[in-house]
Each structure stands twice: as structure tokens, then as C-alpha cells.
Design a protein around this ligand. Structure first.
Ligand SMILES: [Zn+2]
Length: 831
């Protein structure tokens, strides 16, 4: 290569610099959020409908979904979270094809069983399927890959699309024809090592769900068609969920209702009289329910105690999963056949099989009495009376074995109900919760390695020995829907909101900047870049460290009543304004309100939604907020609520920053000691002050800076909530009308000033023993410098009320002037 050519190929410095300098800032307007309306809108509580309406996903066909930019971001964040927890257990990531040859599935024996397999045939007449899971492919691949040469274990996972020929797709993303799964496959040499792996993966799953921050249960589960003996499921509670999880209030006992523990069971042949038959074995205290076997040769008569229930109730409380498990090895019970039909089929089939006895029981027509643990076997035997009206049958009884192997349980045929005593610890009570299954772990043993001959040579004997496998799934696309659902507020017909767990929220912060001047655009870009380069934890750990450099204003075309602004001059610190604002309605899809790191999608009444979500667990607050009769009260209340919940700086829309909030306190001031900053609004040194002001020294509340959860805010929010609910109860509040109490006293500067002074005199927070008198207004008369008491800093009147021309207020050019308030009363203009 000649030097001329080389020169062309080498990166030119200018180009490199240029590309390194490109800022790929994500703009709100660049994110495609289509306004789709789900044709399924009749079900307002279906989270997939919310996701469609909010432009997160698009549904082209039943059971098929496209992820749109917002939804994809959530999906990708879940994937990243999964990746991290999979790395923590040393799993390596792969991506297998969705196309799998049917012959491979023939080998594992799952082809015939898979009625939900998506099958297809290519032009060469090769039969394929779209894989719903990848045990076969992974096992075969690992075998071909020369198995494990250097280490004794292997962990492989992927996150990809899977398919299921769902006849009637339902529940939106919860059960579609295509879904996105994480599936991990583990390979170990010994059962002990495989079980250790299994426990390790379970721990990783718990870490994953803990980090997600949503409530979940880890429950023992049935292995189903996967084979193997040990499995756990991970569930989100959901009243509409298709699964049922039973959880103890006291111990770790948690299981899917479908999970049946190992049963301690015995089967006994009953006295061989000539015409033993369909005796009515039920007595006044027991009730029976009949099932029939798949081959129609066996009638299974289940006996349970009534326990004061009606016959119908007692019958419907029979747990069919336990019935199947108890008869396992003796009869395959067809639980799909109703009781009457089962009996009819059995009676209409009098021919006696001539096959004779097999496996101890035989294939003849027979009846098996299945006794619940509450039905005493000896007692049953004593009262047993065969019915001679039907032909000859064998009669057997299946009952709980008195000598129990360790870990086995007596036959409990009843579906557990809420409040039952926990069978494990005997002290806790059970709760029964509908749920959505999100994850599943299986110990597979040699279920697949035996089919695909995945072996290693044992060290001692040098004999080929089968690998022990495990497989572990997480429903990624299903998690998107379930998470949206868990956090979605309920009860409001037309209103919806999506509140994502922080770790998977599509965006954490929206910088709303001004386009009024190049400086302001530049300022918002710098803020964006600073936020992007900042470790998120700084924002969480130091919510009230504030540097103000830029005052950024912006008018967005969306109506947002309260807007949030961030002021940043250094990556690790930030500052926030929260303002009341009104925009025109152009869209019902608004997501520009992002308070700190929870991304909130809000409708036109942003404030109500925010209060609703921030105070979801304290309904009184929401109720009080909604009961306030005038916008001015709501505006007042809102600032205390948002500061209490989120911290930062609140400032009215008609205020202007004269100085960085950094400079509110002198340089060198120990900011870590400050939890609240308030300014004096009025300091009227005149005998008739009470005619003009609520308090002798009155604190303003158009600009307040506070830490999350500051006691003064707790006090003021509690006071307003109590007062409002009390007035509501007494019918003293009418929408749009001024109540008897004035704004000043009700929610305004009066109550705010009182709350601050109450705090100063609260022995819970201050050592008041050395004081000779209460802290009072006189402690703050005519101050000209910030005065700190405890963690509260009171700023002089000039700071937030400069240039008002009285009470010692100095000009806006004064070094102590920080915020200019225009007194426009923007809250008056609208509701
Ligand atoms: Zn328990």
C-alpha cells in the first residue's frame, strides 16, 4: 500500500474529532409515539390496551405485537437487567435460530405432545417448527460442540423470540402467538452439582426481581411437560392472573396451586364380595365426587369431609391436581369430564377386560376410592357397603399412608383457601393470590441429555455418564405487560397512567428547554449532556444539592399543568423547578412529565395524576387534594406535596431567578446541614400588621427548597389533609366557592409559616431544654443575612421579595436578591 493510499485509509484527525464530538441527543419530537387506539378498548384494565394507547406497542394481528420505540426501550432495559444477572452466574449469551427441525423434536418425544407448536414445511419438504423453547437445540448443539472440555459445568442463555400456535390468543402480551423469552440452560456432571446450580440460579432470579422492585412470590411449581422433579415459579400478584399462588404469612411456604408435594399414599384392595360396586360411600359428614380415567375403565370416587360446607361447595373445593397426582401410576384421571357424565360412561361400559391384573391393580373395570386425609381409612372400611346393582368391579381404596417417608405429605384433596393454617409451619395462615407467572426454573435431570446422548466419561470408571441439565426462563415481553399492569392506577375510566419501575422506565428525565435564544438552547443541551454523563445514583443520593446556572424556559405544545425544569452546572449536582403551567391540548399522549427518575405517562390532568401516583398509598392525601374547592388551594397544596415526595426547589411560574441557587448560601457554607430553605415574604414593623399579613413574620411559599420528607412538609401536608377532610365531612366545601377559611390560613403563607415555627419548637427535633423561650418571629426580625436554625435556613426579605419597596426589602440588584416574584397569580387564571 503506497503512502498516498495509506493516508486515505488512516482516520483523519479532523474526521475522528468530528465523529467523537457528535452529540446524539434524543429529542422528544424524534421519538415516534403513534396515537393508536386499541380496538380492544372495551377492557380498560387490560395493560396491553394501555400500552397500545400510550404508543408503546402496536398490535397488527391477534396475538402478535410490534414493539414501538418507547416499548422497545423498556424491553431493552429489561434485557440489560437480565444480562447483568445472568453474567453474575457466569452464563454466556447466545442467540439461536427460531427455526428448528421437527426431527429433533421427534427425538425428544415432544413433537406429538406439542399441539401448540407452530409447524411449517419448506419447499424441499423438510418439516420445521418455530421454536417455543430450545432444550433440544441447546442439548444437540452442546453435544456437537464437543461438550465441556475445560470445566465441568456450562451455562448458556439467550433472549429471543419464541412461538406458540395459540388457538385463542388472550391477555394481550401475556399470551400471544409470539413472545420474547430469556432461556438459560445449565449442564452439570453430577446431580449434586446440578442442584447447587439450581439454587444459584434461584438466587440470581431473586436478585433480578428484587432489583426490579416489584412485588413477587417465588413458589414451588409443577414441572409440567418439561419433565424433571424440581421447579419454582416467579409470580407477580394480579387479580386477573391465570395462576394461583398460595403463600404463608409466616414461613417461606409458597407454591402454585397446581403444585402437588410428594404424597404419602397407600392403595388397598377392598373385600372381594361378588357384587361390590358403586356403593354410596359418602356419609353425613363426607361428600363424594366421581372422576373417570382416560381409558374409561376406572371410576375414581373422591371422598372429602364437608366441614360445614354444602355438598356443592365441598365438591367444588376438590383440587383436581392432587387427584391426578394421587392416582399417578394407577390411573390417568380425565378431569375434563363432568361427574354425571363420568358415571354414565362407566356404567355404560360393563364389559370386563380380559387382560387380567397388571402392575398390581390390573386393567379391569374398577373403582378406586380416593380418601382425603380428613377421612379415616379404618372408619371408611367399617362403613363400606358395596352396591350390588351394577356389575362386577374391583374396588380399591387410595389413602394417606401412616408411615411417611421424609418430605411426603398426606393426601390433602382440598384447594387451600384464604386463612387456612400453613401445612408447613403450622402457625402461619395461607393467602391465595391470583398471579401472573413471569419466571420459571426447572431442574431437568437427564430428561434431555438421555435423549440426545449428551455424556462425559466418568473419572473413575471411564463410563459414559449423562449430563444433568436445568432450564430457566423469564418471560421478557410478558414482564413488560405485567409491570405496566402492576403500577397502573385503577378505577378511573378514561384516565390511565403508566408508572414504570425506575430500572426499566423508558426515560428518567425530560429536559424541557427554551428555544427563545441560542443561549438557552445551548443551556438545555449542556444540561442534557450533564445529566447523561451523570451517574444516576448521584441524583438519588443527593436530591437536594443544587447548582443553578441556567434558567431554561420552554413552551411545549402539549398541555402540562405543572412543568419540571432542571438546572445543572455540574454533573453530580442538580436543581429543579416545578412550576404551574398551562398549555394547549394537542394530544392525549403526554409523557413530558418526568419527576426525577420515575417516568410517568400522564393525561391532561397531570397534577391529579402525579398526586395520585405519588400518594397512591395515602389515599387521604389524594382525597383531600381532590376535595379542595379552588385552583389556588390545589396549587398551594401541590407544592408541599411535590416537595415532600420529591424534594428539590419549587418555584411559581411567575418567578425569575436572579441568581443561581448555588449562591443562596454563602460560599463555604456546609450545605449538608441544610434540609429546608425558605424566604421571608413580609416583615411588617407596624402596629396594624395583622390587617395586612397573616403572620408578624410571614414566609413566602412561591419559592421553597426542601429535602424529600422534611418534617415541616410532613406537618403542613398532614395539617391541610386533616383540615380539608374535616371540612369535606361537614359539607363545608363547594367546588368553585371560597370556603369560610381564607386562602392565607387554609393552605397559604399562614399555615406554611406556622409549620416552620412549630418545627423550631418541636422537642422531637430540637433540644429545647436550654431555651428560655420559644423560637418566635422576633428571632427573624429584619434579618439581612441567611439565618440557620437546625436544618432550616431562613433567607432575608430581599432574597425572594426584592424590590418591593418596603419592610427593608432592597433592590433586585442587591447581592442578597435571588428570586423575583411577579405576583401574577397564575393560579387564578384556570382550574
Ligand atoms: Zn408457614
Amino acid at each position: 500500500m503506497g503512502t498516498g493510499l495509506l493516508r486515505q485509509w488512516l482516520p483523519r484527525s479532523s474526521r475522528r474529532l468530528h465523529t467523537a464530538g457528535v452529540k446524539a441527543r434524543q429529542r422528544r419530537g424524534d421519538i415516534w409515539v403513534p396515537q393508536c387506539i386499541s380496538n380492544n378498548a372495551a377492557q380498560p384494565d387490560n395493560s396491553t390496551v394501555h400500552l397500545i394507547n400510550a404508543g408503546f406497542v402496536y398490535q397488527p394481528n391477534a396475538g402478535v405485537f410490534h414493539f414501538l420505540p418507547l416499548g422497545l426501550r423498556v424491553l431493552e432495559k429489561i434485557e440489560r437487567l437480565v444480562d447483568r444477572h445472568m453474567r453474575s452466574v457466569g452464563a454466556s449469551k447466545a442467540a439461536l435460530s427460531s427455526l428448528s427441525r421437527q426431527s429433533l423434536w421427534q427425538k425428544s418425544g415432544r413433537l406429538s405432545a406439542g399441539g401448540e407448536l407452530f409447524r411449517l414445511r419448506d419447499r424441499s419438504r423438510v418439516d420445521w417448527l418455530l421454536a417455543p423453547t430450545h432444550e433440544e437445540e441447546f442439548t444437540e448443539m452442546v453435544r456437537h460442540g464437543g461438550t465441556l472440555r475445560t470445566s465441568t459445568q456450562l451455562r448458556l442463555y439467550q433472549i429471543g423470540r419464541k412461538y406458540r400456535d395459540e388457538l385463542r390468543p388472550r391477555g394481550g402480551l401475556l399470551r400471544g402467538k409470539e413472545f420474547i423469552m430469556k432461556d438459560l440452560y445449565t449442564f452439570d456432571r453430577t446431580p449434586e452439582a446440578a442442584l447447587a446450580t439450581y439454587d444459584e440460579i434461584r438466587a440470581a432470579y431473586r436478585n433480578f426481581f428484587d432489583e426490579l422492585g416489584l412485588p413477587y412470590a417465588e413458589a414451588r411449581a409443577d414441572s409440567g411437560t418439561m419433565g424433571g422433579s424440581l421447579s419454582h415459579e416467579y409470580h407477580f400478584p394480579d387479580d386477573q392472573g391465570e395462576d394461583t399462588v398460595i403463600v404463608c404469612s409466616n414461613c417461606e411456604h409458597a407454591r402454585n396451586v397446581e403444585f402437588v408435594p410428594t404424597l404419602a399414599r397407600s392403595i388397598t384392595k377392598l373385600p372381594n364380595k361378588r357384587a361390590q360396586a358403586l356403593a354410596d360411600a359418602a356419609s353425613s359428614t363426607t361428600v363424594s365426587r366421581d372422576f373417570i380415567s382416560e381409558d374409561r375403565s376406572t371410576l375414581v370416587r373422591v371422598l372429602v369431609s364437608k366441614n360445614g360446607k354444602s355438598d356443592t361447595e365441598a365438591k367444588s373445593s376438590v383440587n383436581t391436581h392432587v387427584v391426578k397426582a394421587a392416582l399417578f401410576g394407577h390411573a390417568e384421571v380425565d378431569t375434563g369430564i363432568q361427574e354425571e357424565a363420568a358415571r354414565k360412561i362407566f356404567l355404560s361400559n360393563p364389559s370386563l377386560s380380559q387382560e387380567g391384573e397388571k402392575d398390581g391393580i390390573g386393567r379391569r373395570r374398577r373403582i378406586i376410592y380416593l380418601l382425603d386425609k380428613s377421612v379415616d381409612f379404618e372408619h371408611f372400611l367399617a362403613g363400606f357397603e358395596p352396591d350390588e346393582s351394577v356389575g362386577e368391579v374391583e374396588a380399591w381404596a387410595m389413602h394417606s399412608s401412616p408411615d411417611r417417608e421424609s418430605g411426603a405429605s398426606p393426601i390433602d384433596l382440598l384447594i387451600p383457601s384464604k386463612g387456612d393454617v400453613c401445612p408447613s409451619c403450622k402457625t402461619g395462615v395461607l393467602s391465595v393470590q391470583n398471579s401472573i407467572e413471569i419466571g420459571h426454573t426447572f431442574h431437568l435431570g437427564t430428561r434431555y441429555s438421555s435423549k440426545f446422548n449428551l455424556v462425559y466419561l466418568a473419572e473413575q470408571s471411564k463410563l459414559p455418564t449423562l449430563y444433568q441439565m436445568g432450564c430457566h426462563g423469564i418471560g421478557v415481553s410478558r414482564l413488560v405487560a405485567a409491570a405496566a399492569r402492576l403500577r397502573a392506577p385503577t378505577g378511573k375510566e378514561k384516565s390511565w397512567s403508566l408508572q414504570w419501575p425506575k430500572v426499566i422506565a423508558p426515560y428518567h428525565v425530560t429536559v424541557i428547554g427554551s428555544t427563545e435564544s441560542p443561549d438557552q438552547i445551548q443551556a438545555s443541551h449542556e444540561m442534557y449532556d450533564a445529566l447523561e454523563s451523570t451517574q444516576t445514583k448521584h441524583f438519588i443520593e443527593y436530591p437536594v444539592k443544587y447548582h443553578v446556572k441556567y434558567h431554561v424556559k420552554y413552551h411545549v405544545k402539549y398541555r402540562v399543568k405543572y412543568r419540571v425544569k432542571y438546572h445543572v452546572d455540574h454533573p453530580i449536582e442538580h436543581y429543579r423547578y416545578i412550576e404551574r403551567y398551562q398549555f394547549d391540548v394537542h394530544s392525549s399522549h403526554i409523557f413530558d412529565i418526568c419527576i426525577r427518575f420515575d417516568h410517568t405517562v400522564v393525561t391532561d390532568d397531570a397534577a391529579v395524576e402525579m398526586i395520585n401516583s405519588l400518594y397512591a398509598s395515602i389515599r387521604e392525601v389524594v382525597e383531600a387534594y381532590e376535595a379542595l374547592p379552588l385552583p389556588v388551594f390545589k396549587a398551594d397544596f401541590f407544592r408541599y406535596l411535590i416537595l415532600l415526595a420529591r424534594g428539590g426547589i419549587y418555584s411559581d411560574i411567575d418567578t425569575r431567578a436572579l441568581k443561581s441557587a448555588l449562591k443562596w448560601l454563602p460560599s463555604g457554607y456546609d450545605r449538608s446541614t441544610v434540609g429546608l430553605v425558605a424566604g421571608i415574604e413580609a416583615d411588617p414593623d407596624r402596629p396594624d400588621w395583622a390587617e395586612w399579613y397573616a403572620r408578624r413574620v410571614q414566609l413566602c411559599q412561591w419559592t421553597i427548597q426542601a429535602k424529600v420528607g422534611h418534617p415541616v412538609l410532613v406537618d403542613v401536608v398532614a395539617a391541610i389533609t386533616e383540615e380539608t377532610l374535616d371540612m369535606k365531612k361537614k359539607n363545608m366545601l363547594t367546588k368553585g366557592e371560597e370556603p369560610q377559611k381564607s386562602v392565607m390560613e387554609f393552605t397559604g403563607p399562614g399555615i406554611w409559616t406556622d409549620a416552620v415555627f412549630n418545627y423550631f419548637n418541636n422537642p422531637d427535633y430540637f433540644d429545647v431544654r436550654s431555651r428560655t423561650s420559644n423560637v418566635s418571629y422576633s428571632d427573624f426580625f429584619s434579618i439581612t443575612q441567611p439565618k440557620q436554625m437546625g436544618d432550616v435556613v431562613i433567607l432575608p426579605i430581599t432574597s425572594f421579595s426584592p424590590g418591593v419597596g418596603h419592610m427593608g426589602s432592597k433592590a433586585t440588584s442587591n447581592p442578597m436578591a435571588f428570586v423575583k416574584h411577579a405576583f401574577k397569580g397564575s393560579w387564578k387564571s384556570h382550574g
